[in-house]
Design a protein around this ligand. Structure first.
Ligand SMILES: Nc1ncnc2c1ncn2[C@@H]1O[C@H](COP(=O)(O)OP(=O)(O)OP(=O)(O)O)[C@@H](O)[C@H]1O
Length: 247
């Protein structure tokens, strides 16, 4: 569905990503692992259109989208969440999702001109809230939700844009074990009909939910494969996972 083909990004003399290749398939979750500074955020930023690559290509359904803006990619069905929670805290859960859904419309801010379309947007927002596990909390002011629920709301906002490719940057950050377990369940349910890229430090969560894992070290892909292969890779253990007894 989405292909990163030899993506490279330099920052001055530093090579943050070097010829990174990643393929996201519909119906699967692909996790991107690596120590701090490995280049995961740089990679997700290039895929979302927040950062232009120095070289390499990004293909969506075979079409070259390397030069498209983040907004144009959103219209094509690529949605992303950010490491830091990115909601409007003073708005309700439903309003946050409605604004996200609205952003996909051709003229996003002309919302009072077409009641039928506005209705569609609200329906999409409601469906996204439900799918993200926040059903019943539509009228809650977002800033009063728990941390875990705010991260769920972020996911709901991505879903409200009708994204078919989800780029999720550390959705479990700062969560307790109960909240994490809930998020893992949520992620599992989101695979259906979508392709997901998950950048996440929580190993237990990654191994519980990923179909494919790519490990990056120093800006380059060290190894990519199913969880069992990564778990048993001597190279991965030596470079990165060796000291983690969960793996
Ligand atoms: N805008 C920037 N300008 C200069 N250097 C940058 C920039 N963004 C990232 N880097 C550098 O590129 C390298 C890769 O950083 P990146 O944030 O992609 O890693 P990461 O794997 O996401 O790390 P973390 O797990 O800490 O988020 C690091 O050495 C970082 O300092």
């Amino acid at each position: 569905m989405l292909v990163a083909d030899r993506l490279t990004r330099h920052f001055g003399g530093l090579t943050a990503n070097e010829e990174v290749c990643i393929t996201l398939e519909r119906g699967t979750l692909h996790a991107l692992l690596g120590p701090n500074g490995a280049g995961k955020s740089t990679c997700i930023n290039m895929l979302s259109g927040d950062l232009p690559p120095s070289s390499g290509r990004i293909l969506l359904g075979g079409k070259d989208i390397t030069r498209l803006s983040a907004a144009a990619r959103s219209h094509l069905g690529i949605g992303r969440s950010y490491q830091r929670t990115n909601i409007f805290p003073q708005f309700t859960v439903l309003e946050n999702c409605r604004l996200a859904a609205q952003s996909r419309r051709p003229r996003p801010w002309k919302i009072f001109t077409d009641a039928q379309r506005l209705g569609d947007t609200v329906e999409r927002a409601r469906a996204a809230v439900a799918e993200a596990g926040l059903g019943g909390r539509e009228a809650r002011v977002a800033g009063t939700l728990s941390h875990g629920e705010q991260r769920q709301l972020e996911i709901a906002m991505v879903l409200a844009t009708d994204a078919k490719v989800l780029l999720l940057d550390e959705p479990l950050a700062g969560m307790g074990s109960e909240e994490s377990a809930k998020m893992v369940e949520l992620l599992r349910g989101l695979k259906d009909g979508r392709a997901i890229l998950l950048v996440e430090h929580d190993m237990d969560a990654v191994f519980a939910v990923a179909d494919t894992i790519t490990v990056m070290v120093n800006g380059a892909v060290l190894e990519s494969g199913p969880p069992a292969q990564i778990r048993n890779s001597a190279e991965v253990q030596a470079a990165y996972l060796g000291e983690d007894e969960h793996v």
